[in-house]
Design a protein around this ligand. Structure first.
Ligand SMILES: [Zn+2]
Length: 284
C-alpha cells in the first residue's frame, strides 16, 4: 500500500494498493479498481480516494525476484494511469470522480502511460539487472524501440475488427444469424475466417460494462497519443506539462466533457496526427 502526497503541500491526498502476482481466487487479468471514490464532504473537506491494481505478473521464485517482461511493465504503467486518474481527482461528486468519464475517453489516461515505458531516459531510471544493478543497455532499448511497431497493421486491424463486431452485435435485431455477422466482420482483419469457430464466445468485453464500447480503446488511444505529443515536444519529464495534465485531464474527472479537457490541455482541438504517425501513416 502506498500513500500519495501532494508535493506542494506535503499533505497525504490518497492511498493505493498493488496486488501484482497470481493468487488463488483473485482477478485473473490486470485492472485498476476504485475502492473509495473521492468527493467533497458536507463540511467542505475531501473524501480521500483509495484504489487498487490487481494483476498477474511473473511471480518471484525462491532464488529470483519478480522479473517483469517489458509488456508487463507496459501493463503496470497502463493500470497506474487509471490509478492516477482515480487518486488525483478533485471533483465535487463521487459519481464524476476519476475514471467516471466517457467510456470512449477512459482509456486515454491509461494508454498515454504506455509511452513512458519506451523512453530511454525513463527506462534508465528503474530497469536494472537484478544481480549486477547495471542499467538496461542503450543498444537493447534501441532494438526494442526499433521493433515496437512490428505487425502493428495486423494488431490495429484486429482492434478495428473487435470494435466493429461489438457494435454490430449490439445493434443486431434478434433472430439474425450471428455466425454470418462474425464472418463478415472478420474480413476487416484480412485473415480468412476459420469455419466452426465463434470468437464472441470468448470476447469478455462484449458485456459487463463495455457493451458496444470496445471501440473506445482505439478511440482513446488517439487522444492518448495526441496528449503525449505535448510531453514529446516539451519533455517527457516536464513537471510543467505534468502539472497541466494533472489539472486539466485528471482532476476534473467526468465533471466536464472530455473534449473540453483535451482543448484545455492541448490548447487546440484534438487531432489524430500523432496516432497516424505512430502507425507509420503520414498526417493528412
Ligand atoms: Zn485500461
Amino acid at each position: 500500500s502506498y500513500t500519495v502526497s501532494d508535493s506542494a503541500t506535503g499533505e497525504p491526498i490518497a492511498t493505493f494498493h498493488m496486488d501484482l502476482h497470481p493468487r488463488r481466487g483473485t482477478f485473473g487479468h490486470a485492472a485498476a479498481f476504485p475502492l473509495i471514490r473521492t468527493r467533497q464532504l458536507p463540511d467542505g473537506s475531501r473524501q480521500q480516494p483509495e484504489a487498487a491494481i490487481v494483476a498477474n505478473f511473473t511471480r518471484p521464485t525462491t532464488d529470483k525476484p519478480s522479473l517483469l517482461q517489458h509488456h508487463e511493465v507496459e501493463t503496470l504503467f497502463h493500470e497506474f494511469g487509471h490509478i492516477l486518474h482515480q487518486v488525483l481527482s478533485r471533483t465535487e461528486l463521487a459519481s464524476f470522480s476519476g475514471t467516471e468519464v466517457e467510456r470512449d475517453f477512459v482509456e486515454a489516461p491509461s494508454q498515454i502511460m504506455e509511452h513512458w515505458t519506451w523512453e530511454p531516459e525513463i527506462l534508465e531510471q528503474f530497469a536494472r539487472h537484478h544481480e549486477s544493478g547495471e542499467p538496461i543497455p542503450t543498444e537493447l532499448i534501441d532494438s526494442m524501440v526499433a521493433v515496437r511497431r512490428l505487425n502493428q497493421a495486423v494488431a490495429t486491424l484486429r482492434q478495428v475488427q473487435f470494435g466493429k463486431l461489438d457494435l454490430e452485435l449490439h445493434r443486431t435485431a434478434p433472430g439474425r444469424d450471428l455466425d454470418s455477422i462474425v464472418a463478415e466482420v472478420e474480413k476487416v482483419s484480412l485473415f480468412p475466417h476459420h469455419e466452426g469457430t465463434f470468437f464472441p464466445a470468448s470476447f469478455g468485453h462484449l458485456l459487463g460494462g463495455y457493451d458496444a464500447g470496445y471501440y473506445g480503446y482505439l478511440w482513446s488511444e488517439v487522444y492518448g497519443d495526441d496528449m503525449f505529443s505535448r510531453f514529446s515536444k516539451e519533455g517527457v519529464r516536464s513537471s510543467e506539462v505534468g502539472a497541466d495534465y494533472r489539472r486539466e485531464i485528471l482532476e476534473s474527472g467526468g465533471s466536464r466533457d472530455a473534449l473540453d479537457h483535451l482543448r484545455a490541455f492541448l490548447g487546440r482541438d484534438p487531432e489524430n496526427g500523432a496516432f497516424l504517425e505512430k502507425l507509420g501513416i503520414p498526417r493528412p
